[in-house]
Design a protein around this ligand. Structure first.
Ligand code: FES
Length: 106
């Protein structure tokens, strides 16, 4: 099982913000949406664009390259030109820290 990695502290991870973390070459973006945390891979399934810098609208992030929208909560591709979901990851709060891990290889 892969280790949990700390992304930031709860008290400094404000609503509406995001933090990226590199876990063994996989970049995971963790979002605080209305006080709940969600984590998706920083990869657009259309053509590999980085979602980190994308605009957020509600619970959607928009790929900066060609405009595909993904659901931050589920990773689902919501609009073309992306049709496959991006990966999602677990998030937990431990001792006041927000943590995630890449559980795909467990
Ligand atoms: S790489 Fe994201 S929409 Fe094309």
């Amino acid at each position: 099982m892969t280790d949990w990695v700390t992304v930031g502290r709860v008290d400094s991870f404000k609503e509406g913000t995001r933090v990226s973390v590199d876990i063994d070459g996989t970049v995971i973006v963790v979002f605080n949406l209305d006080g709940k945390y969600y984590a998706i891979e920083d990869i657009c399934t259309h053509d590999g664009g980085h979602l980190t810098g994308g605009e957020i609208e509600g619970d959607q992030i928009i790929c900066p390259r060609h405009g595909a929208r993904f659901c931050i909560r589920t990773g689902a591709a919501l609009t073309s030109p992306a049709y496959e979901p991006t990966a999602t990851f677990p998030v937990r709060i431990e001792n006041g820290e927000v943590q995630t891990r890449d559980d795909r290889w467990d």
